[in-house]
Design a protein around this ligand. Sequence first.
Ligand SMILES: [Zn+2]
Length: 207
Amino acid sequence: MSERERGLVSVVDAGAGSPDPRIERIARHVRGILTELGLDLADPNLTETDRRVAKLYLEMFHGLEEGAEPAITTFPNEERYSAMVIEKQIPFYSMCAHHLVPFYGHAHLAYIPNDTILGLSKFSRILEFYAKRPQLQERLTEQVANYLENKLAPQGVMVVVEARHLCVEMRGVKKSGAVTVTSAIRGIFHQKPVREEFLDLVRRSDV
Ligand SMILES: [Zn+2]
């Protein structure tokens, strides 16, 4: 997979053509913020910061770009597999929509198929697509669940997201290290035994 496919290279630098005009416009606003803070923009450490932040923002918010939605490979469920498919401990990084500072952690995604199964590498791509935008953990959790539900029409979906929020930790509202957990449940996962099987498999560290 190329860096561009993984979203590591923004559209900004990817082509040989002219640079994205948004870089200069965003950079101008960043300069305004730094100036308001009383910083000396002639400081060698700050001379390029405006443009670096602008490029970083376009990269971190790549999920907002038109065409950023990952191409999803699905397959017919020829074996009639009807148990749980779990992809757990998928790391992600996102930005809190309320404060524009990072929240990050892991997601555990599960579904039980009907007629369609998902290429295993796609779980993390879907998560990344929804993480790369100003986001709320609750909304991220729901959006990933909705996506799987709509694309696969499975018997059920469950998504659990565990994350640390720097807007909370850096401001000292809570003790550092607090983890926020959210979950979204669709279909058969509303049944307690199914949900418990998933949570049990997620907690196991020996797989
Ligand atoms: Zn926040």
